[in-house]
Design a protein. Structure first.
Ligand code: HEM
Length: 369
């Protein structure tokens, strides 16, 4: 696909896609233009026939800002840094389980459990509920390979909702130090959030941070497999890990793009975009734009600057970016310290996640010593 995106950047950088009845934006500069003009490109505008999502991801200003502010202090790098001991402990436990066996499926045994445990903890889901919580979450996302029937999905979504409503009710009478309590006590324009908004917020925090981070961790192993010299360098220099994580994010953007809706007729590049048409910002192409990234196809953990747009840009810039970065840095450094001779199982093909919005692998079995 890299060659295809290169061609699109050259020949048709703002492309009308009849199947999507909308536009796809391939160049970095155009992508930045769209993401930095939320007054022209809405996250909220309701498309005919599509339900409106009352979560901040699908909201415009001013309400977006007010709701985002309720939780933004929790997600600053400084606050998130305090989760270091907890993340470290979870990573060690996950590895303790697989190390005696000398093999694991990176995705099932490592990449998925870590982020869900951390987000559940932040939200305020007690440890004893986390197994059942994970099974619902897997069903809400595609984490179980979409094996659920539609009926199971609906019933899991209902269980999830009932669980949150109950937890929220408990916290109304007895606030705790967690995100659910913070959301409950917040007021926006003098009013508390409705139950629907509370649920949507919890669901967003969970979904936005779960598969995305899991795929980042999975993609890291794909890179380690492709670039063994990088693995050696990182073992010697754990301080290079943040740069490596950024380069993994750039080259394998677990979120492949962001969608917007034009609020008026406007020109983008030399194309006339009509009001209400959708515009998809293709991070997966913009991150390889040769105008922004010299030698874009080179995997370079020392790339500086590395202004990829895998976390988006502008007012909707990923709230969880500091958390995803910290989890990845800690997890991958511990992995490289504790296990050696990581080998991909050559008998099992690496299957990509079947979604145009996600770059990741469905399973990645490895052996190690
Ligand atoms: C927004 C990517 C991890 C919570 C976004 C957006 C992107 C993104 C691209 C913006 C979408 C848009 O502009 O339409 C990622 C990636 C992650 C990741 C690639 C991991 C590698 C997380 C985590 C959390 C999180 C761990 C939190 C628990 C959110 C929230 C928003 C968001 C709440 C909405 C922000 C807003 O609308 O203002 N993320 N994310 N994300 N992300 Fe993440």
């Amino acid at each position: 696909p890299l060659a295809m995106f290169r061609q699109m950047r050259q020949n048709d950088p703002v492309h009308f896609e009849p199947r999507m009845r909308g536009w796809a934006v391939f160049r970095y500069a155009d992508a930045m233009y769209v993401l930095s003009h939320p007054q022209l490109f809405s996250s909220e505008a309701i498309l005919p026939g599509q339900p409106h999502l009352p979560s901040i991801l699908g909201m415009d200003e001013p309400r977006h800002r007010k709701l985002r502010n309720i939780v933004s202090q929790v997600f600053t790098p400084r606050m998130i840094e305090q989760l270091t001991p907890q993340i470290t402990a979870v990573v060690q436990q996950l590895l303790d389980k697989v190390i005696p066996r000398g093999r694991m499926d990176v995705i099932q045994d490592f990449a998925y459990p870590l982020p869900i445990i951390i987000i559940a903890g932040l939200l305020g889901v007690p440890a004893e509920d986390q197994a059942i919580f994970r099974s619902w979450s897997d069903s809400l996302t595609a984490a179980n390979g979409s094996n659920d029937t539609p009926e199971t999905r609906v019933s899991n979504a209902q269980s999830f909702q009932a669980y949150f409503l109950q937890k929220l009710a408990e916290r109304r009478s007895q606030p705790q130090q967690d995100l659910m309590s913070r959301l409950l006590s917040a007021e926006v324009d003098g009013e508390k959030l409705s139950d629907e908004e509370l649920l949507e917020f919890c669901r967003l925090l969970l979904i936005a941070g779960y598969e995305t981070t899991a795929n980042l961790l999975g993609n890291a192993f794909v890179c380690f497999d492709q670039y063994p010299e990088v693995v050696e360098e990182l073992r010697q220099h754990p301080e290079f890990m943040p740069g490596a994580v950024e380069e993994i994010l750039r080259c394998f953007p677990s979120v492949a793009g962001d969608n917007r809706v034009a609020l008026e007729d406007l020109m983008l590049g030399d194309k006339q975009i009509q009001k209400h048409q959708t515009v998809s910002v293709m991070a997966i192409s913009a991150n390889y734009d040769e105008e922004q990234f010299p030698e874009p196809e080179r995997f370079d953990i020392h790339r500086d600057p590395n202004r990829h747009i895998t976390f988006g840009y502008g007012i909707h810039f990923c709230l969880g970016a500091p958390l995803a970065r910290l989890e990845a840095k800690i997890a991958l450094n511990i992995v490289l310290q504790r296990i050696q001779n990581i080998q991909r199982d050559p008998t099992r093909p690496v299957e990509p996640v079947q979604s145009p919005f996600i770059v990741g692998v469905r399973s990645f079995p490895i052996t190690f010593t």
